[in-house]
Design a protein around this ligand. Sequence first.
Ligand code: NDP
Length: 245
Amino acid sequence: MTTSAEPKAVLITGASSGIGEATARRLAEIGHRVLLGARRTDRLAALADELRAGGGFVAYRELDVTSLDSMQAFSAAGLREFGRIDVLVNNAGVMSLSPIADLRIAEWEQMIDVNLRGVLNGIAAVLPQMQRQAAGQIVNVSSVSGHRVDPTAAVYSATKFAVTALSEGLRQENRDVRVTVVSPGFTQSELTHHGGAAEARAAAHAAAEQLAIPASAIADAIAFAIDQPANVDVNELIVRPTAQA
Ligand code: NDP
């Protein structure tokens, strides 16, 4: 195990697969204390057991980021467990690709609820504690789709553009709190496994199969931002496959 310069108490949403799981692995490996959150607690329990067996300080708790109550309970559990909250990684997200004209309104609402409301709930749940500490860091996982719009991805992109705007406002207003946006490109995960129009999902899945970088590449970027000295705030990192357009 390599040890981080300063072990931190880190809360991770969406830690049951993909980028969240890889981030939990990386942060636990370098000595940070992590609280894992997601709805699939069987996955979280297995991951927590594995990381503890490797010497990690890891706890988990069921979390639905679309519920402010659930997010606040998650934050309170982190505070009880660690005595402070140094970092929240707002990673949970869903992507349902379809042309706007398909009017898949329930999927639009789900993306807004998880990708945008979920990030706001995360901020609401930890910001008061970080203000009391006069220190903290919020890492919001956006996307290359938070920088460019492609057909079938308009609503997903809209939620991710919103995350960037929100992060910049948060940063400007809270000088004690570091704010980092990490924007992945195609990354190996379960993101393209569900939702959206079949044709659009198949196209995204095929592109991901061909290009995707391992989730550990994004985890490394998150670890890099967290491990900077307190007076250094890495505001944005875009990490994509070299061959991605
Ligand atoms: P995965 O589908 O593998 O992981 C998504 C995670 O979000 C899961 O752990 C899932 O857990 C969690 N989640 C979904 N809904 C909720 C909810 N309501 N409450 C709590 N957790 C929830 O995909 P990725 O790892 O790829 O996604 C992580 C982030 O990365 C997302 O924000 C995504 O938009 C972003 N991203 C991914 C890219 C990629 O190519 N993979 C590219 C750009 C950005 P559970 O179902 O157990 O609740």
